[in-house]
Design a protein around this ligand. Sequence first.
Ligand code: C2E
Ligand code: MG
Ligand code: MG
Ligand code: MG
Length: 284
Amino acid sequence: QAKQAGKDRYQLFDIQLEAEIRQKQQSLREITQGLDASEFVLFYQPKINMQTCAFEGAEALIRWQHPERGLLSPAAFLPVTEGHQLELRLGAWVLRQALAQMQAWHDMGFDCPLSINISAQQIQHPEFAQALKTLLDTYPEVPKQMLQLEILETSALADIESVTPILQQCRALGVSLALDDFGTGYSSLAYLKRLPIDCLKIDQSFVRDMLQDSDDLSIIQGILSLARAFHLHVIAEGVETAAHGRQLLQLGCHLGQGYGIARPMPADQLSAWVHNDLPNLCLT
Ligand code: C2E
Ligand code: MG
Ligand code: MG
Ligand code: MG
C-alpha cells in the first residue's frame, strides 16, 4: 500500500510539472504575440542632481500594454523569458526602441541621456557589442556618450571572465556602464577594480530603509566611499521622499531617481516634465 501511495505521489508530481510547463509555454507564446502586435512600450523615469536640480537623464523601463490585463510591469513577464530566446528578442527590441526614441528627442532639440537595462543573457552574448555597434551606426546623430547600459551587479559577476571583454568593447563604442542594484551582489573590491564601469546604482532596498536602519545607512556610506576610491559616479534609486533626498545629499550622494522625484512616464511626457515640473520640485 505504501508503494502504491508513493507511485500516486509521483504521478501527481508529473501532472503538476506538466501543467507548469504547459503554462510557461503558453506565457512565452503570449509574450511573443504581444511583441509581434507591438504591445510593449518603454516608460522613462527621470534622474536628477538633487543639489543643483539639473536634469541628468532618464532610465527606460519596459511595460506591456496588455489588451485585457492592462499595463503590466516587468515583474509580470520578464522572469518567464529568462534563459529563453525571447529574452534576447525582447532585449533587442528595447535597445532599438530606446535608440529610436533618443533620435526622436534629438530631432525636437531634446538630447536626453538615457540608460537601458541589459539582461544577463544579453550581456553574456559574445555578439552583443557588435550588435550594439550596428545599431548605433544606424543613429549617427545620437551622441553615444548619452547612452548608458545598466547591468545587474549579479549578472556582471556571474561570469566575469567572459563579461569583462564585452563590457570593454561596449565602452570602446563610447557608451557608459552602470552596475544596477549595487550592494546586493557582494562585489569584492578586486572585481570592482577589474570591471570597466562608470557608475554604481545604489539598490533601492538600502535607500528605502536608510532613515530607520543604521545598517542600511552604513552600507550607503560604504558604497559612496567605494565610488570615491574608484572614481565612479554614484546614483541612488528609490528616492521616495524629500527626507531621503536630504539624507543622501548630506552623505554626499547628489544623483537620485525615485517616486519622490518622478514616476516612470510615457516618452511624450518627459520633456514637459523637465521644463514644467522639475523647476517646481526644486523650489521646495
Ligand atoms: P531596476 O532597473 O532596478 O529599475 C528600478 C525599478 O524600481 C523600476 O521598476 C522602477 O519603476 C522602480 N522604482 C523607481 N523609483 C522607485 C521608488 O521610489 N520606489 C519604488 N518602490 N520603486 C521605484 P520596474 O519598472 O517595475 O522594473 C523592475 C525591474 O525590471 C528593473 O529594476 C529592471 O531590473 C527590470 N527591467 C525593467 N525594464 C527592463 C528592460 O527593458 N530590460 C531588462 N532586461 N530589464 C528591465
Ligand atoms: Mg535599472
Ligand atoms: Mg535597480
Ligand atoms: Mg531592480
